[in-house]
Design a protein around this ligand. Structure first.
Ligand code: SF4
Length: 498
C-alpha cells in the first residue's frame, strides 16, 4: 500500500506536496519522492525515509504540476530504485501510483519486445512506459489532452489490476496534472480545489491538511486533467463497475478521511454497531470494552454503547512507534509490538475484557497482545471482537495479503476440514472462531459476519479477501508469480506491491 499526492498551482508547489504527503505518511514509511513539471523543465527527487526527512532539501517556490509519493516498506535490494515517482524523458512524464498490477511480468516482457527495459520492480514503471509508447505513436512532440486520453485508453487495454495513478507532463504547451483510476475504482483517489489550484490524492485528509475543499472522487475508469486557473476536464477511459476496497475503511485510511463519500470514522462506528448486535446474539459476556489503538476506537465506542458495557483505554500506544502491519517481516513486526503497546493494569485486572481489533491477518500480533493483557495486565478473560469477517482469501490488488498460507483464517479453515471455501456461512464461521481463539490463547473470538458487513457496505464494493469475489480475474500462473514474489521478500528479491 502506498500514498500519492498531485498538485497544480501558481506557487510553492513543492512545499504543498510535501505537507500533504505527511498527512498520509501512515500509507508508507519506506521512501518518499517528488516530481515537478514546470515551464522551466523537470525536477525529480526521491530518498529513503519519511517524507519530512527524505524531501527536506526540496524547495521549489514557483508554479507547475507536482506529484509526490510515500511508499510501503520492503527490505533487501532495490529499495531506492523502487521509490516513486518514475520519469520517462520521452515525451517527458512523471508518474506515481497506488495499487498492484496482476500481469506485471507479462507487461515486462511486452515492453522488452519494444526495447524498453525496466529499471525497477515497481508496478508503475510498465504503466508509465506503455503510456509513453502510445503517446509517441500518436506524435513525437506537442502532445495534447486528446492524445493523452487516447494513449490512456490503449494503456488500459494492457494493464490488469487495481491502480490509481497521478502524472504530470506538458500537454497543449502547459503543465498538466492527470489523475486516473482503474476500471472498477478499487484503489482510492480524491480531488479538491482552492482558489483555482487543484490537488488529487490517495486520501481526502491530504486536502484537509492544506485547507483545500474536497470536491469528490475520481470515478472508476475516469481520468481528470487539471490546470491552474482552468476548469478540470473529465474523460472516460474504461469503466467496468464500482468496487472500492473495503479494507481502506476497515484498517488503512485515516479515520478523518472521507472514502467513497462516507466518513471513515462513521463507517467504523457502523461496523461496531452491527458487531455489537452480533455479540449480543452470540451472548458474549464481558465487563469492559478495550480497543486496540487507534484504528478500532470508533468501533469499540459503538460496541460499548450497544452492549451496555464501559469503554476503557486498557492498552496505551506509544505514539512514536510505526504501524506493525506495514513492516516487511514478521521479526521486525514482533520487535516493534513490544515497544508499541502497554496495558493499564488498573483498568483490566480481574476483568472479562472484550478486546476490539479491526482485522486478523496473520494473527501473530494479536496473539502477543492477548498474552500481554493476560500476563502483564492480569485480565481474567480475553474475548476478541473483530470488526470485519475472516480474511480467507489473498489480496492481489495492492494490500500485502497475497500469500494465502499466511492467513490464519485460511489455515484454520483448512485444518477444520471446511475446505477452501471463499466465504463461510455463520455456522462454519463460529467453528473457525473457536479454532482462532485457541490459537490466540483467547477465551473467544467473534468476527463480524459477512451479512453484517454487507449491511454497512452494500454489495457495490471489493471484499474479495473476505468473500472471494475478485472483480479483476486472475489466472493461476499470475497468482503463483505474485505469491512467489511476496515470499521472496524475506530474502530481498521482491516485487513492489504498493
Ligand atoms: S481483496 Fe480485500 S484488501 Fe484487496 S482490494 Fe479487495 S477488499 Fe481491499
Amino acid at each position: 500500500m502506498c500514498g500519492f499526492v498531485g498538485f497544480i498551482g501558481n506557487s510553492n508547489v513543492s512545499s504543498l506536496v510535501i505537507d500533504a504527503l505527511q498527512a498520509i505518511q501512515h500509507r508508507g514509511q519506506d521512501s518518499a519522492g517528488i516530481g515537478i513539471v514546470s515551464e522551466n523543465g523537470f525536477f525529480l527527487h526521491k530518498d529513503l525515509g519519511y517524507a519530512a526527512n527524505a524531501l527536506e532539501k526540496v524547495s521549489y517556490t514557483g508554479a507547475g504540476a507536482a506529484i509526490g509519493h510515500v511508499r510501503y516498506p520492503t527490505i533487501g535490494g532495490g529499495i531506492r530504485e523502487d521509490a516513486q515517482p518514475f520519469f520517462s524523458r520521452q515525451p517527458g512524464v512523471m508518474m506515481v501510483h497506488n495499487g498492484n498490477l496482476i500481469n506485471f511480468k507479462e507487461l515486462k516482457q511486452q515492453l522488452k519486445r519494444h526495447s524498453v527495459n525496466l529499471s525497477s520492480n515497481c508496478d508503475v514503471e510498465p504503466i508509465l512506459y506503455l503510456f509513453c509508447l502510445e503517446m509517441m505513436k500518436i506524435r513525437e512532440e506537442g502532445h495534447t489532452v486528446f492524445d493523452a486520453v487516447i494513449a490512456l485508453k490503449e494503456t488500459y487495454k494492457y494493464i490488469k489490476g487495481a491502480y490509481s495513478v497521478a502524472f504530470a507532463m506538458i500537454l497543449d504547451g502547459k503543465p498538466t496534472l492527470v489523475c486516473t483510476r482503474d476500471p472498477y475504482g478499487i484503489r482510492p483517489a480524491v480531488w479538491g480545489e482552492k482558489n483555482g489550484e487543484y490537488m488529487c490524492a490517495s486520501e481526502s485528509v491530504c486536502l484537509d491538511a492544506i485547507d483545500f475543499e474536497i470536491k469528490g472522487e475520481i470515478a472508476s475508469g475516469e481520468a481528470m486533467f487539471f490546470r491552474a486557473g482552468e476548469e478540470p476536464q473529465t474523460h472516460l477511459i474504461e469503466k467496468r463497475g464500482k468496487a472500492p476496497c473495503i479494507f481502506e475503511n476497515i484498517y488503512f485510511a485515516r479515520p478523518d478521511s472521507v472514502y467513497n463519500n462516507r466518513s471513515i470514522y462513521m463507517t467504523r462506528m457502523d461496523l461496531g454497531r452491527v458487531l455489537g448486535e452480533e455479540l449480543i446474539a452470540k451472548k458474549v459476556d464481558v465487563d469492559v470494552v478495550v480497543p486496540v489503538p487507534d484504528t478500532s476506537i470508533p468501533a469499540a465506542l459503538e460496541i460499548s454503547r450497544v452492549i451496555g458495557k464501559p469503554f476503557s483505554e486498557g492498552l496505551i500506544k506509544n505514539r512514536y512507534s510505526a504501524r506493525t502491519f506495514i513492516m516487511p517481516t514478521q521479526s521486525i513486526r514482533e520487535n516493534a509490538l513490544r515497544l508499541k503497546l502497554n496495558p493499564i493494569k488498573a483498568q483490566i485486572k480481574d476483568k472479562k475484557v472484550l478486546l476490539v481489533d479491526d482485522s486478523i491477518v496473520r494473527g501473530t500480533t494479536l496473539k502477543r497482545m492477548v498474552r500481554l493483557l493476560k500476563e502483564k495486565g492480569k485480565a481474567k478473560e480475553i474475548h476478541v471482537a473483530i470488526h470485519c469477517p475472516p480474511v480467507l482469501n489473498p489480496c492481489f490488488y495492492g494490500i500485502d495479503m497475497s500469500v494465502q498460507e499466511d492467513l490464519i483464517a485460511h489455515r484454520k479453515s483448512v485444518k477444520l476440514g471446511l475446505g477452501t471455501k471463499k466465504v463461510l456461512d455463520l455456522k462454519d464461521q463460529r467453528q473457525l472462531e473457536q479454532a482462532v481463539a485457541e490459537h490466540l490463547g483467547a477465551d473467544s473470538v467473534t468476527y463480524l459476519s459477512m451479512e453484517g458487513t454487507n449491511k454497512v457496505f452494500g454489495t457495490e464494493r471489493c471484499a474479495a479477501c473476505f468473500d472471494g469475489d475478485y472483480k479483476v480475474e486472475i489466472d493461476k500462473q499470475s497468482i503463483d508469480e505474485i505469491r512467489n514474489d511476496r515470499i521472496g521478500i524475506s530474502c530481498g528479491f521482491n516485487r513492489v506491491n504498493t
